[in-house]
Write a protein that binds this ligand. Structure first.
Ligand SMILES: *[C@@H]1O[C@H](CO)[C@@H](O)[C@H](O)[C@H]1NC(C)=O
Length: 166
């Protein structure tokens, strides 16, 4: 199995999709978490992963020759064909709307566009308990590849994740 960090860069995730996978609502104030909150309950603090709007980095399906091809990611040739059929001339998904940075086929998007524990498990062998962590690093890697390490998109993602981690 190829490493998640390289394979994940190819996985197209789409803004509204990913938000549906968020498990914990974002805090809207800077209130301190309750001392005996069950969520924190002595466990290591973890940033719940969620999609950040106005990004779309995962919809850039071709990020360059140094990234793995669909053949390297998928074992099923149907997946390879579907993935390839989505790549537009500029490397972005043909269903990606640049003006809004959203997916135009959101409700019919392929399974591999869904950032969900089951998808990460089947494609990358990620255990469910590691989903949040791996999804966050997947997003960061995608954003860096598309927008750069010092992009507003990366700052926005980090800020959003941090603000929801309690
Ligand atoms: C490959 O994907 C297709 C379409 O989803 C499915 O019908 C088929 O059973 C899959 N093949 C394997 C070997 O998993």
């Amino acid at each position: 199995m190829m490493s998640l960090t390289t394979a994940a860069l190819m996985l197209p995730q789409i803004s509204p999709v990913i938000c549906s996978a968020a498990r914990h609502p974002q805090k809207t104030t800077d209130q301190k978490p309750a001392q005996n909150s069950g969520f924190r309950g002595g466990k290591k603090k973890e940033s719940p992963w969620h999609c950040v709007e106005g990004c779309g980095a995962c919809c850039k399906l071709q990020k360059g020759p140094s990234y793995p091809s669909p053949q390297e990611i998928f074992t099923n040739t149907s997946d390879v064909e579907l993935y390839n059929s989505l790549i537009g001339p500029d490397g972005w998904c043909i269903h990606y709307e640049k003006s809004t940075r959203k997916c135009s086929i959101y409700s019919d998007r392929p399974y591999f566009c869904r950032a969900e524990p089951e998808v990460f498990k089947s494609l990358f062998g990620v255990k469910e308990k590691n989903f949040n962590k791996e999804a966050c690093s997947f997003c960061r890697d995608s954003i860096k590849a598309v927008y750069g390490s010092n992009s507003k998109e990366l700052h926005s993602f980090d800020k959003s994740i941090k603000s929801s981690s309690g």
